[in-house]
Design a protein around this ligand. Sequence first.
Ligand SMILES: *Cc1c(COP(=O)(O)O)cnc(C)c1O
Length: 394
Amino acid sequence: MPPEFRDLSALPWLDEATPAYVYDFDIIAARIARLRAALPTKVAVHYAIKANPLQALLAAIAPLVDGLDVASAGEMDKALDVMAAGAISFAGPGKRDAEIELAIRAGVTLNVESESEGQRALAIGGQLGMRPRLAVRVNPDFELRGSGMKMGGRASPFGVEAAHVAGLVKRLIIGGAEWRGLHIFAGSQALDPAAVIETQAATVALAARIAEEARRAPPLVNLGGGFGIPYFLGDVSLDVEAIGAALAGELDQLDTNYAIELGRWLVGEAGVYLARVVDRKVSQGETFLIVDGGLNHHLAATGNFGTVVRRNYPVAVAHRMQDPPEEIVTIVGPLCTPLDRLADRVALPRANVGDVIAVFASGAYGASASPSAFLGHPPARELLVGAPAGPGHA
Ligand SMILES: *Cc1c(COP(=O)(O)O)cnc(C)c1O
């Protein structure tokens, strides 16, 4: 069994109906505690809920973090159920007028993604007779090196060009907004601590430059995040202690409050996807295990969610994690498409019909990031264990 994953063999929920996601809140709580110990105390920790928006999980995480970041009115609704509006920020391009209105009415901070969105927020605030809380998202003039998904240093639907931010900030303030600060997100799924350190230093420097141009200190600088988790053979866990230590040396450039916003790093390693073997077959010498869920539940594990080269997520036969591998198998879901491949030629102990296959590192961008309606199979159950309210809370 992969040593870094907990042995599932003895867990009572293993025999519950598959297909299912199980999230272990104890792992999430431990990661938040580790992050807090690593980061300078003036850096707030936000959870970007798109990584995993399960309501029970949000309710459990909310008391442990300082803010929630959302990217739609639907996510904002979920966040408002568990967190005060003042600690919620709403980013994302293409916010509709109705979304902007809901955010202003609720007192949620809008991370403005363009000049015109800023002007619309001011106009809607004016109509409501309310002062919109606005931060400006910056399209940074650099990118997070080595990140799986680059979101800076290029033409982008996200954020305002760095050179235009100070001017927009002034116009928003004159227009009646409560300025909440800057939001700078340069990439995702980074595993190289040196790259994260370099990006955070560049982010603080950019925020300081903008503050100087705007002649105002931002109330909050959201430094983004982009912390990755190991998925594939050879990936190494991110050294967050090194990142925190380096960040401590950068913060004095600017007198402000800071936040980082993380999704994947907080929840990704806390989740496992479980699917049951429905059939075994051999085709042209290759053994296939066909399980009761696949890309309809877990698009990312099939390599179809933002990956260039398909690689195997860590998988195991859940009841036999201590056993040595006995055969090479390919694990596929029940969908009528060759894209539905959960693991390609992996060495596992023998799994028979009825056995459960576990896909680890599945807590982020799983159920909510998969096309569950495709082919019309039932959705995966989602179960939270280890939460203060106890299991089965989902
Ligand atoms: C998606 C997103 C995040 C979370 O990214 P992770 O890689 O899951 O940590 C944070 N901030 C913004 C603006 C995002 O769009």
